[in-house]
Write a protein that binds this ligand. Structure first.
Ligand code: SAM
Length: 347
């Protein structure tokens, strides 16, 4: 039996750090279900006044297990914990990091309404670990309510192809300008194609920003590239924007009915305070774009829609909602107006 202790990343946001302790344990438990050795006794432990997440493993973790443990949203440093009588020793274990971009891709941009980056990383991990694709190499992620791209950038850091839809064209334009500058500054070989799509009888228009990039000219030439595609358009047409069964995971942070309002059609005539209407309009189309065995993870504000209502909507669309512990342990307070939770549903 080996005891591991993980030092939690304090991040940039103290309020989220406090809230995230419980969430981190849930993320850890979901990850450990995929590990090659049996793990148990997940706990928060204070050692000399510093907080760690600890767990016991039957045998040493494999390299694949350590790679997953290294990329969990809270993992700052990993130790083996040894106890001898009253003495405690922490033996450092090297993290196995395989990030495609540095974290700064997601920390440079700051704006009102931005979803916390570490929380976003948690949602992506939970989605992939709960899907049939947790050890698949080429992952396609869709954020159907992408805002200025926190999920997309977090997904790119992890090395996944990333696709987003956002109804506000100015927001998409700003995200594209930022990303182009980032690629130029960091000297990634890249291309950007802009395209416009029109629905029949002017039902919709959408603007596409398609980035393809690689770390070097050689990789770019050899086709070893990653994709970022951002669509300025209405998410209910996602099945028109993207191929059927294209995505392994769908991850997003629904409008809260607070700073952001739901816009369920493009002329903005139908603005509601609840994500319910948005989901009813969009879910059929999102599900069409999701592979079987794929998972949707969405964050929402429980002050505007209960968990039971959320489960009812997803079940009605024939998705299997994962609703046992630790999937029920993600609720946390963001501020006075937002009590956030996530729903995890599998196709
Ligand atoms: C909570 S925000 C997402 C923030 C994002 N995660 C970020 O950090 O930038 C929700 C986004 O959904 C967008 N939205 C609302 N209705 C939409 C629709 N029908 N199609 C596409 N996007 C929509 C809103 O404009 C808003 O930017």
């Amino acid at each position: 039996m080996i005891t591991y202790a993980v030092l939690a990343n304090p991040g940039h946001n103290r309020v989220y750090f406090e809230a995230s302790k419980k969430l981190s344990l849930a993320e850890l438990e979901i990850a450990c279900r995929r590990f090659s050795v049996e793990c148990r006794d997940f706990a928060l432990a204070e050692i000399e006044g510093i907080l760690y997440l600890t767990f016991n493993a039957e045998e040493p973790l494999s390299n694949d297990d350590l790679a997953w443990l290294s990329r969990l949203s809270f993992t700052y440093a990993i130790f083996e914990l040894r106890k001898k009588e009253s003495e405690v020793a922490l033996i450092p274990i090297r993290k196995i990091s395989s990030y495609y971009f540095n974290d700064d891709l997601n920390t440079i941009l700051k704006y009102t309404g931005k979803t916390n980056e570490l929380f976003t990383r948690l949602m992506i991990n939970v989605a992939l670990l709960s899907s049939d694709f947790y050890n698949t190499k080429d992952i396609n992620l869709l954020d159907p309510v992408a805002g200025k791209g926190t999920t997309l950038f977090e997904s790119l850091i992890a090395g996944y192809n990333s696709y987003g839809i956002e109804i506000n064209p100015n927001v998409v334009h700003e995200a594209a300008v930022f990303f182009k500058k980032y690629l130029e500054n960091e000297k990634y070989k890249h291309s950007l194609k802009k395209e416009r799509m029109r629905g029949e009888a002017k039902s919709f228009t959408a603007n596409f920003y398609r980035f393809e990039f690689a770390k070097s000219k050689e990789d770019f030439k050899a086709g070893k590239t990653l994709q970022l595609c951002m669509v300025a358009g209405d998410s209910r047409y996602s099945n028109r924007f993207f191929k059927k069964k294209m995505f392994h995971i769908i991850v997003g942070d629904l409008p809260y009915g607070v700073q952001h309002r739901n816009v369920s059609n493009q002329n903005q005539s139908s603005i509601t305070r609840s994500p319910k209407e948005l989901l009813n309009y969009c879910l059929p189309s999102w599900i069409e774009s999701l592979k079987s065995g794929g998972v949707i993870v969405l964050a929402w504000n429980k002050f505007v829609l209960s968990r039971e209502q959320m489960i009812e909507i997803f079940s009605r669309h024939n998705l299997k909602v994962l609703n046992d512990s630790p999937y029920t342990d993600f609720e946390h307070r963001v501020d006075q107006a937002i009590n956030r939770d996530i729903i995890v549903a599998k196709k």
